[in-house]
Write a protein that binds this ligand. Structure first.
Ligand code: SF4
Ligand code: SF4
Length: 451
């Protein structure tokens, strides 16, 4: 694509990067076929190509964002299906990141929209506030139908409906700083990792991190819990709140680098693939900060999805257990991190029968705060996803992202678990609490029986 930026505009490194990305797009439109918003709404401006044109026009003319640009960029899920499909390697992720930051700086949103986004940015990254907000949301749930009647209040209706029941209690005591390995090391001479950062996931489902730590320590891996780590910044990053996102990234880089420099770390383990995509991008996000660029790149290189790390440990293969698992690949897993086969290979090796739902490339509509800010499109995508998953007739659904777990769980009665919870069960842990005795008894033999 031809661009016409002036040398003065290109002096801004963000504009210079976006110009390079724009020039790679050849307008072929292949990306439209796999874009969930184009497939759902049928509007070219809700396709990757349409958004690319809008962003180009806005940046090239040095214009503030207007209502039209904001409408169509806000509708983008940042699912990155377009980056998987694009034959020209257009880096849509960094282009839309830039557009969102530009919108945040130059566009004054309507009052209720500003208020909703402000509440989300103040609450979601902080576990204590988030837990309290969920408790309040449960009490306020009867008001959801009233809020639904006013367009500007629909996000609040979605928040009230989205609060899980019951809400997991806060852990009574602080996690010890080091959880020693309690099994023989799978790989001699290695095995010290940091667990996932703390934010929304442990509030919504503390069982995921518990299963991760139990499995890793059982496999002979020491888990060190550095003090001071927090939300990865992904949620605010996708809202265009660049400074808040960079502050979160810097804090985590400091915490993890302190651990690297003292005891050493093999990996920073990620169990929410949405966070994984962002942490793996810290090196890029902080590339212009001389004090952090190198450290952030090191942290990004250390970040590993739990399935990437487990795949290095050569776990033993188990006999089939007669339990069918529909694997839902989160967008941030398959498109953001390009991890497609590993989770399924691990589940199969652990004895589960794995099925791939149709249209696996399409987003479930969760996408961070998308199911709150765009509840109607999100609901359509959820219904489509649930239909495709249920068609595989699984006993269990597995996925690697808490946002997808809560989104899909609200549309089906089939139990949905994080992949690591099933692997923990298969390799010596207790049956996950979400499964009925009938489901796990159908295995017919204790999970963990080697092939
Ligand atoms: S990130 Fe997803 S929703 Fe956004 S343009 Fe790309 S495919 Fe469409
Ligand atoms: S597939 Fe790639 S090159 Fe083609 S229109 Fe989409 S972004 Fe541009």
């Amino acid at each position: 694509m031809q661009t016409n930026f002036t040398p003065a505009q290109l002096a801004d490194p963000h504009v210079a990067e976006s110009e390079k990305i724009l020039r790679k797009c050849v307008h072929c439109g292949f990306c439209t076929a796999t874009c969930p918003t184009y497939v759902t709404l049928g509007d070219e401006l809700d396709s990757p190509r349409g958004r690319i044109y809008l962003i180009k026009d806005m940046l090239e003319n040095g214009r503030a964002a207007d209502e039209q640009v904001v409408k169509h960029i806000d509708r983008c899920l940042s699912c990155l299906a377009c980056t998987t499909t694009c034959p020209s390697g257009v880096d849509y992720m960094h282009l839309v990141d830039h557009a969102r930051a530009h919108i945040e700086k130059t566009y004054k949103r309507p009052l209720m929209n500003r208020l909703t986004r402000g509440v989300l940015a103040m609450v979601l990254p902080y576990p204590g506030r988030f837990r309290m907000a969920l408790q309040l949301a449960r009490l306020g749930r009867p008001l959801a139908p009233l809020f639904d009647k006013v367009t500007a209040l629909k996000p609040f209706a979605a928040m009230l409906r989205g609060a899980p029941t019951p809400i997991a209690p806060a852990t009574a005591s602080a996690t010890p700083p080091v959880l020693p390995a309690n099994g023989a090391p799978m790989v001699p001479g290695r095995g010290r990792v940091a667990p996932p950062p703390a934010c929304a996931q442990p509030v919504l489902d503390p069982g995921i991190n518990a299963a991760t730590i139990a499995l890793l320590t059982r496999l002979g891996i020491e888990v060190v819990v550095p003090q001071g780590e927090g939300c990865c910044g992904s949620l605010v990053h996708h809202m265009g709140r660049e400074e808040q996102a960079l502050a979160a990234a810097r804090r985590n880089v400091d915490v993890w680098m302190r651990e690297v420099e003292t005891g050493g770390l093999d990996a920073v383990i990620i169990t929410a693939s949405g966070c994984g995509t962002t942490i793996k991008d810290y090196g890029h996000m902080l590339r212009l900060d001389p004090a952090y660029a190198e450290k952030a790149a090191r942290v990004s290189a250390l970040a590993k999805d739990i399935t990437e790390y487990l795949a290095t440990l050569d776990l033993p293969a188990h006999r089939p257990k007669g339990i069918t698992v529909a694997y839902h690949s989160a967008c941030s897993m398959q498109h953001g991190q390009k991890i497609t086969l590993l989770p399924k290979q691990l589940l199969k090796a652990a004895g589960f029968t794995v099925r791939d739902p149709a249209e696996g490339h399409l987003c479930c509509g969760s996408a961070g705060t998308y199911n709150i800010m765009q509840p109607e499109i999100s609901a359509q995508l959820k219904a489509r996803k649930v239909r495709n998953i249920e068609a595989t007739k699984p006993d269990i659904i597995a996925t690697g992202n808490i946002g997808c777990i809560t989104q899909i769980a609200s549309g089906t009665g089939i139990p949905i678990l994080h992949t690591v919870e099933l692997l923990d069960w298969a390799y010596g842990g207790p049956p996950p609490a979400q499964l009925s005795a009938a489901t796990w008894a159908s295995a017919g033999q204790p999970l963990g029986t080697p092939a």
